[in-house]
Design a protein around this ligand. Structure first.
Ligand SMILES: Cc1cc2nc3c(=O)[nH]c(=O)nc-3n(C[C@H](O)[C@H](O)[C@H](O)COP(=O)(O)O)c2cc1C
Length: 672
């Protein structure tokens, strides 16, 4: 028989080879890792229309299995926040079956994660009942844990079994058992949480006993025509926590009862491991592969998956080709681009929108707030519960796009400024069929994102910027580089709309000596690093100041950072900020002073007034200003009246982040 081949089988032969597991076939080796989103599961705890589309689109985009995160298994003490998908009510089946039908249309499998929040449960979501866990102690949030007795274990196992039946009735093909990250089951497995001296604590064999009992009950409830996948931490990254040796023993102990397992890392018990569990831009891509590899090579028979910062098909292919894992589980890369797998399969990797690992998706929508403590603090009154993604403007609301009907005629659109907001606006306007011209006064596109070329932890940002530029170049957009678009020029063009994306300038604080030759703006240090001396003082400790400090110490400079308010980087996104501060804490070349005001800049340093209230001199060869940006209002407003519609976007509208640049740019294009 002739063996026919498709191009993707040459490019990614391992990634796109099917995997038969139990009675199911995964059409390729790509599973979307479990994610929970408040926009997808409403406060009534049922999967909603936005959720069906959001999760289901990943099947349409080529994933072999799509996983909904963190289902709620009972109402007593398994719940850590609202918006857990509720498997205890019949009503849930209505939308679950719509979702699983959607997924099955694309020959993908529908999976749902079972998680009992255990020690992280909150009484306000559990009818006033306090948390329970493997052992009794006071949690960082002040709640006293009840040590579970066998009656509690029985009740929990029963809730897993009844939820499993519900998942089966909802049309799911797989259940993902969340035994990682130190929730209830992960807590039983972990020596950090599990201090029991009975048959459920101590040795690995004992710690696995209750989790095994639960697996048995789930299997009994669903039979063997559904798959059970295990999620486990291969390393809790904490002294005294689970090690890879423990994990290997645990997986071996459980493998008869499960069909496949993927290996994550970290524990919620130690806040800074969150930033590795949900890897920030400081963490290398594929950082957990070593853990999957160790489990796989230990002789287990079931397929082993890896998860964490896998963003590129070529990397996924290499991991599989080298036999380090049998499949990849991917979360964020599918949020930024739900068509990740289809684009890889059809040779369009250049069109995959990269994730910048900012973790806006995780923290902002859930109301994680910044404080001067390192504990994870959640203030649900601050949660946006919105679909927050910095780079994917349609993330989580593709089903609302029908609100924006297609234009009735092609319009002539001019975009002034080729930073992220201008590029995003131009792309959306071109996508809607308009005739778009983009003016950029510099010789290159990218705006302020140019800095990503210079900073060791901005690799993902660089990839994103390059993606945007590629897309603009590929779209039918006329690009005019090195061309200043004056209001006169634009007016003569007789455009239907002008989108003004001229950005912002650094703020110059009114400090005596600010115009001295040894003073540089933060935005200029990247290209001009060599001009800076060995000792640098940075004025301003927002996120930009902090990242600039890390960039400069990386070049071997000694850095002193002063910040007027009482905390550093209050404008950062929670997990990214925590990780940035952690790196700063450990940096021997960096000293930071909060509650400290710079009063004068001298040729050989700065004068400051700190907490003591006394003026002090600090020696420095160079001074870097990082006190914020100011919209270019005058330039922006000079375009008023130059076309029928004049729309401002990005920093010139309001100084913000990549998120605000992309959102405002996208919406400007969308309304035309
Ligand atoms: C917005 C968001 C929600 C998540 N929700 C869950 C969840 O409900 N359950 C879970 O086990 N992990 C959850 N995770 C963790 C992911 O499954 C994954 O382990 C992690 O993001 C690393 O993979 P990635 O680098 O491919 O994103 C979530 C991650 C993100 C970013």
């Amino acid at each position: 028989m002739t063996q026919y081949k498709q191009p993707y089988e040459e490019l990614y032969p391992h990634l796109f080879s099917p995997l038969k597991v139990g009675k199911k076939i995964l059409r390729n080796r790509i599973i979307t890792a479990p994610t929970h989103h408040p926009f997808a599961i409403g406060t009534d705890n049922f999967l909603n229309e936005a959720g069906i589309t959001y999760y289901g689109d990943k099947a349409r985009g080529g994933a072999a299995a799509v996983t909904i995160g963190e289902a709620k298994l009972d109402k007593l003490n398994s719940v850590a926040h609202n918006c857990h998908l509720d498997l205890t009510e019949e009503k849930t089946l209505q939308t679950l079956n719509l979702f699983t039908d959607y997924v099955h249309t694309y020959d993908s499998l529908a999976s749902i994660e079972f998680n009992h929040s255990g020690q992280f449960s909150l009484p306000e979501y559990c009818g006033g009942i306090g948390p329970m866990g493997a052992s009794s102690f006071v949690m960082p949030n002040g709640l006293l844990l009840k040590e579970m007795d066998e009656e509690d274990m029985e009740q929990v196992a029963e809730s897993y079994a009844t939820s499993a039946v519900m998942a089966k009735r909802g049309g799911f093909d797989m259940i993902l058992m969340h035994y990682a990250h130190g929730w209830l089951m992960g807590g039983f497995l972990s020596p950090i949480v599990n201090k029991r001296i009975d048959k459920y604590g101590g040795s690995v064999e004992n710690r696995v006993r209750f989790p095994l009992m639960v697996l048995d009950r789930v299997r009994k409830a669903i039979g063997d025509d559904m798959l059970i996948e295990l999620r486990i931490s291969g390393d809790e990254l904490t002294p005294g926590g689970i090690t890879i040796e423990d994990t290997i023993e645990m997986v071996k102990g459980m493998e008869d009862k499960i069909d496949l397992a993927h290996i994550s890392c970290g524990t919620r018990m130690v806040a800074v491991t969150r930033a590795i569990m949900h890897p920030t831009h400081f963490i290398e891509h594929g950082h957990n592969v070593r853990l999957a590899e160790a489990v796989k090579k230990s002789g287990v028979k079931i397929p082993i998956g890896t998860v964490g910062a896998i963003t590129e098909p070529a990397m996924a292919e290499e991991i599989l080709a080298q036999g380090r894992a049998d499949y990849v589980a991917i979360a964020r890369a599918f949020m930024t681009d739900p068509d990740w797998a289809e684009k890889a399969r059809s040779g369009r990797v250049d069109d995959i929108r990269p994730c910048i690992k900012c973790l806006r998706c995780l923290d902002v929508s859930m109301g994680r707030v910044n404080t001067d403590s390192k504990a994870v603090l959640q203030d649900f009154t601050k949660a946006t519960r919105r679909n927050d993604c910095s780079v994917n403007p349609t993330y989580g609301h593709t089903n609302l796009m029908h609100r924006f009907p297609a234009p009735t005629r092609q319009k002539k659109i001019i975009v002034v400024g080729g930073g992220p907001s201008g590029m995003q606006a131009a792309l959306e306007a071109a996508e809607r069929g308009h005739d778009v011209t983009l003016y950029e006064k510099k010789a290159t596109l990218g705006g302020q994102l140019f800095y990503a070329d210079y900073v060791w932890f901005k690799v993902d940002m660089k990839k994103y910027r390059d993606y945007l530029i590629r897309q603009v170049e590929k779209a039918k957009i006329k690009i005019k580089l090195s061309t200043e678009a004056s209001p006169e020029l634009i007016h003569q063009e007789m455009a239907d709309a002008v989108i003004v994306a001229v950005g912002a300038d650094p703020l110059i604080p009114p400090i005596p000596g600010v115009d001295k030759a040894n003073v540089t703006k933060a935005i200029d240090v990247y290209v001009d690093t060599e001009k800076l001396g060995k000792k640098v003082a940075i004025i301003g400790g927002g996120m930009v100041g902090c990242e600039t400090a890390l960039h400069l110490t990386h070049s071997g400079r000694e850095v002193l950072l002063v910040e007027m308010v009482d905390m550093l980087a209050p404008d950062g996104i929670f997990t990214e900020r925590t990780h940035t501060l952690d790196y700063m804490d450990k940096d021997p070349l960096l000293t930071c002073h909060v509650n400290t005001k710079c009063t004068e800049i001298l040729d050989n340093g700065i004068k400051v007034i700190g907490e003591s209230g006394e003026e002090q001199f600090i020696e420095a060869d160079s001074v870097v200003l990082s006190v914020g940006m100011k919209a270019k209002e005058e330039e922006r407003d000079s375009f008023r009246g130059t076309a029928y519609d004049v729309i401002s976007v990005g920093d010139c509208l309001k100084v913000g982040t990549v998120y605000t640049a992309v959102q405002t740019g996208f919406r400007a294009g969308l309304r035309l």
